[in-house]
Design a protein around this ligand. Structure first.
Ligand code: 9MR
Length: 395
């Protein structure tokens, strides 16, 4: 090879080598910056203070502030697991049914209701001096096959009205608040009003929501009637659109005199991975809801573990931090009267099947661990109740 060519190849190699080294150094710097940020975040979580004064259960801490604290349960869990039932009785002053008031458990046949499971919950709540929430009267899920196969635009109104009247009348005085309509908003489906396409919308039109609330109010004029929704928490385009659509719906209902008393915010947190809560934005939303004269209930709180590490200390602390960050924002709003978690102990959580961890270790989204011990998440809730201002007591 001529010497000039050799030299020029040598020079080119040197340039490539230099570039590679620079890229290597760049990557190294990026990785070490990332590691530093990670270590900083870990240190913050490890140093965060979760101390709580005293050992009083959540129900007492909530009650002191005119609030309710409770959990979602199945009557089968209470019946077969005395240890769990004892923890529920200790910690909660309100309960919500996971399945007993859903159509597929309650309304097995068009002409046959199975009230027995819900009655068990009513009795448990009474025995332990708790309120009970009824979940849910109108939803597009958990419908029995007979509804799907027989409902049409001629009979849909009668089916819905008959169901709500029968159930709400039967539990008048026993159910504190009803999730009358659940998860009716889905802006990405493209309707101007943001409503989700469901069999109810399909057969009855958008006023099915008004009809559901009016029917419930006629059946029990004293019950608190709630619209319940998920995905309202974060600063993401999806959540932003949903908050707007929910606010529009609530405004429309109030303006037309529909008897609605509250918004249920499910608060299944952590699904958005690293997406952030934006306190001012969330507060403003709550204020807007409150300005309509509505109460607000946090109805299904838990934390999905996507963003949290395998290490139990770090994970439990990270989850607890999210509980406390969220609750300290929402509890600043005096219209918030209740906090319920979707389950009480990690022994029973939908997330173990719905959103298992990729490292296959058991999920830990709730205030008590699977052995019924209080975790950092419990402390986080207790601290939020202890810090918040007292509301005037709600019936
Ligand atoms: O956790 C509930 C799960 O066990 C049921 O199979 C499912 C269908 O009935 O409903 C789950 O609860 C949902 C609640 O009713 C509405 N908000 C979301 C909850 C978690 O999916």
């Amino acid at each position: 090879m001529p010497i000039r060519l050799q030299r020029s190849l040598g020079r080119r190699r040197a340039i490539f080598l230099g570039l590679e080294m620079m890229a290597g150094i760049g990557a190294f710097t990026a990785i070490s910056q990332f590691r530093n940020a990670q270590t900083q975040a870990q240190n913050q979580v490890l140093q965060r203070d979760f101390t709580v004064s005293g050992t009083a259960p959540l129900r007492d801490r909530a009650a002191r502030k005119g609030l309710f604290y409770g959990a979602a349960v199945l009557r089968s869990q209470l019946a077969k697991d005395a240890e769990f039932a004892k923890s529920v009785a200790r910690e909660c002053n309100i309960l919500v049914s996971i399945g007993e008031f859903k159509w597929d458990m309650l309304r097995v046949q068009p002409d046959r209701f199975n009230f027995e499971p819900a009655d068990v919950l009513v009795k448990f709540a009474r025995t332990h001096n708790m309120r009970l929430r009824g979940h849910t009267l109108v939803w597009h899920q958990a419908l029995p096959l007979w509804v799907e196969s027989t409902m049409n635009n001629l009979n849909a109104r009668e089916i819905m009205v008959d169901h709500i009247s029968t159930v709400v009348r039967r539990y008048a005085g026993a159910v504190h608040s009803w999730d009358v309509v659940n998860e009716a908003i889905k802006p990405e489906e493209g309707r101007e009003d943001g409503l989700r396409y469901t069999p109810w919308l399909n057969f009855l039109g958008p006023n099915y929501i008004d009809l559901a609330f009016r029917t419930a109010a006629a059946a029990d004029p004293k019950a608190m009637l709630v619209y319940n929704e998920f995905g309202l928490d974060y600063d993401t385009p999806g959540a932003n659109a949903k908050r707007t659509a929910v606010l529009n719906l609530l405004t429309r209902l109030k303006n037309s005199g529909t008897p609605i008393h509250g918004l249920g915010i499910q608060a299944h947190l952590g699904r958005e991975g690293k997406a952030k809560l934006k306190p001012a934005q969330l507060r403003q939303f709550l204020r807007n809801v409150a300005d309509l004269g509505l109460k607000i209930l946090i109805t299904e709180m838990d934390v999905t573990e996507k963003a949290f590490p395998t290490d139990i200390q770090l994970r439990d602390r990270g989850i607890a931090a999210l509980y406390e960050d969220y609750l300290s924002i929402v509890l600043e709003e005096p219209a918030v009267i209740a906090v319920l978690t979707w389950g009480l102990s990690d022994r029973y959580t939908w997330l173990s099947t719905a959103e298992p961890r990729s490292d296959e270790s058991p999920v830990r989204p709730l205030p008590l661990d699977a052995q019924m011990n209080r975790k950092f998440a419990w402390n986080a809730i207790a601290r939020s109740f202890d810090k918040t201002t007292k509301r005037s007591p709600v019936a």
